[in-house]
Design a protein around this ligand. Structure first.
Ligand code: ATP
Length: 472
């Protein structure tokens, strides 16, 4: 769809999903705030992910570790060295900065951005580029009142480190046996060189990560298992198959900790006009086989024994015996990036309109066909007209009765057709209209977002009717 990116950004702002940060001060580069509908939707994404991990599996437990940790963690993990640095090039003419890999990815193969190659350099003005230099992505901060080297630490760049640090605590307190997983959702920070593309790449974002601890020789099998599980999660939540793909990460591009990695990619509605990329296949989640990199490194640096104690001798099943470092399969998803993907995927325009009965039928109607688990508002209560006190009273009674059960909105402003369209645009699943018959028959009309079919339902049966529809 033409200009889908602009349409999503505009809808997100107009309807209270996502606002640019610090707007009254002129904004604050590439930072965003999630508005009333955005926070509902993001919470729904996180809850769905959490339920999938914790409730659907017997052998995964949760954790909420802190954002601040000892700086020693980041030394051991390799984040303070070249492994967690992007190569930065700057245009000598317009002074814009770029990640070298982004430029190279998009240039025809016979061109190279390295070291400044004249007119093929800067993607914006074709100016000459500087030689690439390494730029570490860790966000520094100070703990305590004195801003010296001893007080320096970092905001976490990934949530998973907190899981490795608590490996022993979790193992002992929960009396777990391998294989098992630990799931965590939380903020992460990276001093990205080029945050851009709306909420796709920001310096503050939320991750949903699960670390699966297993015997070394079972790691490849579990890698395949989790890859499939995670793809299905997106598909089951309505992402179109054509917009999702898996990319094997080449040996050259593997992160410093990984033995094998695949990226789950979504076809985002942005690209670079200069590179003539209409839509961008970009990562939304990484699946990594991290081997024993994390536990063995933390053991080495901390002096703690972080090995797992297997049976004394290998049983017939061939399980690893004695003490060993479990291998880790990681599923690392972004809550913000997936929200962006879900929004883009759900966005539809209907030319000529769906609601044929109103004047507005000539215009383009927007429909946000979000999965029922993700839609921020499940039910809207609409009195047919607002100047009939009895209707309004009845509608407000229904609103109060439903509110504790479902995310519900009450709306009495504008024609009924306009109100349906406003709700369609934010993906509300059911619109309930209270009309004159409702006063006599104690029922109302339930309109389904997707089929637009309307049914009369008795008010006393509403909650169970809606719960059934929503699978609650
Ligand atoms: P990229 O190549 O896009 O920088 P990455 O490979 O560094 O991403 P990972 O370290 O694998 O990303 O992080 C796992 C997930 O965390 C990503 O798939 C993405 O969903 C999310 N994520 C990482 N960096 C950002 C960011 N700057 N803004 C928003 N989400 C992010």
């Amino acid at each position: 769809m033409a200009n889908l990116m602009e349409k999503i950004v505009s809808l997100a702002k107009r309807r209270g999903f996502i606002f640019p940060s610090s707007e009254i001060y002129g904004g604050f580069g590439s930072c965003y705030d999630f508005g009333p509908l955005g926070v509902e939707m993001k919470n729904n994404i996180k809850r769905t992910w959490w339920d999938e991990m914790i409730k659907e599996h017997n052998d995964i437990v949760g954790l909420d570790a802190g954002i601040l940790m000892s700086p020693k963690v980041w030394k051991a993990s390799g984040h303070l060295t070249a492994g967690f640095a992007d190569e930065l090039v700057e245009c000598k003419k317009c002074h814009r900065r770029f990640r070298l890999d982004e430029i190279e990815e998009n240039l025809p193969s016979h061109h190279s951005a390295k070291g400044g190659t004249g007119s093929d350099g800067c993607p914006e003005c074709e100016g000459e580029l500087t030689k690439p230099r390494k730029f570490n992505l860790m966000m520094k901060t100070f703990v305590g009142p004195v801003e010296d080297e001893a007080a320096k630490t970092y905001l976490r760049a990934e949530t998973c480190q907190g899981i490795y640090l608590n490996f022993k605590n979790i193992l002992q307190t929960m009396r777990l046996k391998i294989p098992f997983g630990v799931a965590q959702i939380g903020k992460a920070f990276r001093n990205e060189i080029t945050p851009k593309d709306f909420i796709y790449r920001t310096r503050e974002f939320e991750q949903m990560e699960m670390q699966w601890f297993c015997q070394p020789k079972t790691a490849p099998k579990f890698f395949d298992y989790w890859k499939k599980e995670r793809i299905n999660w997106y598909l089951n939540l309505g992402i179109k198959k054509a917009n999702l793909r898996v990319k094997e990460v080449s040996k050259k591009e593997l992160p410093h900790y990984a033995k094998r990695a695949v990226d789950i990619e979504y076809k985002f509605p942005f690209g670079s006009p200069r590179f003539r990329v209409e839509a961008g296949w970009k990562e939304i989640e990484g699946i990594h086989n991290r081997g024993d990199w994390d536990l063995s490194n933390h053991a080495k640096h901390s002096g703690e024994d972080l090995r797992y104690e297997g049976p004394a001798s290998a049983p017939q099943s061939g399980a690893s015996a004695g003490k060993y470092f479990p291998h880790i399969i990681e599923t690392s998803a972004g809550a913000d990036r997936s929200l962006f993907a879900f929004l883009s995927d759900a966005y539809q325009e209907v030319k000529g309109g769906r609601t044929k009965t109103t004047k507005a039928a000539k215009e383009i109607e927007v429909l946000l066909k979000l999965h029922k688990s993700l839609a921020p508002i499940k039910v809207a209560i609409l009195p047919l007209v607002k100047n009939k006190p009895k209707l309004v009273k009845k509608a407000k009674e229904v609103y109060q009765a439903l509110k504790p059960h479902f995310m519900t909105q009450y709306d009495e402003i504008g024609s009924i057709g306009r109100r349906y369209r406003r709700q369609d645009e934010i993906g509300t699943l059911f619109c309930l209209t209270v009309d004159f018959d409702s006063l006599e028959k104690d029922d109302l009309t339930v309109r389904d977002r997707d089929t637009m079919k309307q049914e009369r339902i008795k008010i006393k049966e509403l909650i169970s009717f809606l719960k059934e529809k929503l699978n609650e």
